[in-house]
Design a protein around this ligand. Structure first.
Ligand SMILES: Cc1cc2nc3c(=O)[nH]c(=O)nc-3n(C[C@H](O)[C@H](O)[C@H](O)COP(=O)(O)OP(=O)(O)OC[C@H]3O[C@@H](n4cnc5c(N)ncnc54)[C@H](O)[C@@H]3O)c2cc1C
Length: 351
């Protein structure tokens, strides 16, 4: 028997979980997610993400937080060997627990399914979604509307809107056990023009150091190792990884990098291209686009697609402005001047 829903959401990251939580309770919703290990992520809630949560008057449970909390970022340019520290007001979280917590807030009208969607077909006025559930069974479900909240490599976007013009990177992260006796936890942002035109990072998290970076797809793994070697020489304790993870990450650079959907399909979060091209911060855009879609669907406007596109104009403009600011961070020459000047950096008394 084919189960029928008003809305099927594919992906229960911050975008999908937020939409499921706030959507009208009269809607019968299916929320499908295939993740078992959690999404590779730095797990830092930037001020914009904190504001997005604050707008719901939500408080973060302690179990979601990890040790330590972070006040500064050590910024390193591997080519010029320059270093500066900048104040940052992030909240350091366990990303898997954060996502699980958001999903746990879904109300009674949301059916949650563990499963990987591998086929979507247009059928009459809706869509048939085919997924493999956690017992290995193939299930078909019918949805009048479909929400693609399935992240950078969205099957919804690839199936129906394949002409998205955006830069795609491979994000690779490795986890290392911290030697507790000598550990001095910190957060760093690393630039290395020889290996990537994007950035890398290291973050201490509950006794581990995560080192990750975003690289152009070609030879990304060997380039990652190359950069890691440089950091080991720089004194980073990055030997004997206990876990390696990778996924695609988008980096929008023009208005053509965004797609809100069409014909009964709505894209939210990174599936729509909403992620900062400068910092790769995406959680706030995921939450905010889910809110904007919900408002569009609740509005009295007849054309919900037009209304959602209109509502997300502010997100697109914000991301385009961030893209225009990118050269200040990513152009090696400009970065050298800015880091040398010490502009907006803080002084560290004991390094
Ligand atoms: C390495 C890395 C580090 C990052 N660090 C940060 C950070 O510290 N702070 C920050 O704000 N942003 C960070 N980002 C960006 C941020 O993770 C994303 O922009 C954000 O998670 C997007 O949320 P989303 O809900 O749109 O998609 P996602 O969080 O990607 O969620 C998509 C969900 O869809 C599911 N899914 C995908 N395909 C299918 C399918 N076929 N069937 C079923 N389920 C499916 C996935 O399992 C996943 O749970 C980072 C990104 C990367 C790659």
């Amino acid at each position: 028997m084919l189960n029928s829903y008003d809305i099927i959401i594919i992906g229960a990251g911050p975008a999908g979980a937020t939409f499921a939580r706030i959507a009208e309770k009269s809607q019968k919703i299916l929320l499908i997610d295939g993740s078992s290990d959690g999404k590779p992520c730095g797990g830092l809630l930037a001020p914009d993400a904190q504001k997005a949560l604050a707008c719901f008057d939500l408080t973060l449970p302690r179990e979601v937080l990890v040790d330590p909390q972070i006040f500064s970022v050590r910024t390193i340019d591997l080519k010029t060997k320059q270093q500066r520290w900048y104040q940052r007001l992030y909240i350091n979280v366990d990303r898997k627990k954060f996502d699980n917590w958001l999903v746990s807030l879904s109300p009674f009208n949301v059916t949650k399914e563990k499963g990987i969607c591998f086929k979507i077909q247009k059928e009459n006025d809706g869509y048939i979604v085919t997924y493999k559930n956690s017992s290995g069974e193939t299930i078909n479900a019918y949805g009048k509307n479909l929400i693609g909240a399935d992240g950078a490599n969205s099957i919804v976007r690839r199936s129906f809107f394949p002409k998205l013009h955006t830069r795609q990177y491979v994000a690779i992260q490795q986890w290392f056990e911290e030697e507790r006796e000598i550990a001095k936890p910190f957060y760093s942002c690393i630039f290395d023009a020889d290996t990537t035109d994007c950035c890398s990072w290291s973050i201490s998290k509950d006794g581990y150091i995560i080192f990750g970076g975003a690289f152009a797809p070609k030879n990304c793994r060997s380039i990652f190792e190359n950069q890691k070697e440089k950091l080991i020489k720089f004194g980073f304790p990055l030997n004997n990884p206990v876990k390696t993870e990778a996924c695609m990450v988008l980096r929008p650079n023009s208005l053509k990098s965004f797609c809100c959907g069409g014909d009964g399909i709505f894209l939210i979060g990174e599936a729509a291209g909403f992620i900062s091209p400068s910092s790769l911060e995406g959680i706030s855009y995921a939450i905010n686009s889910a809110v904007m879609l919900n408002n569009a669907l609740l509005s009295d406007k007849k054309d919900k697609h037009k209304e959602y596109k209109r509502a997300t104009k502010s997100l697109r403009l914000k991301l385009i402005v961030k893209n225009l600011k990118c050269p200040l961070m990513y152009d090696p020459y400009l970065r050298k001047i800015i880091m040398k000047s010490g502009f907006s950096s803080i002084e560290i008394y004991q390094k």
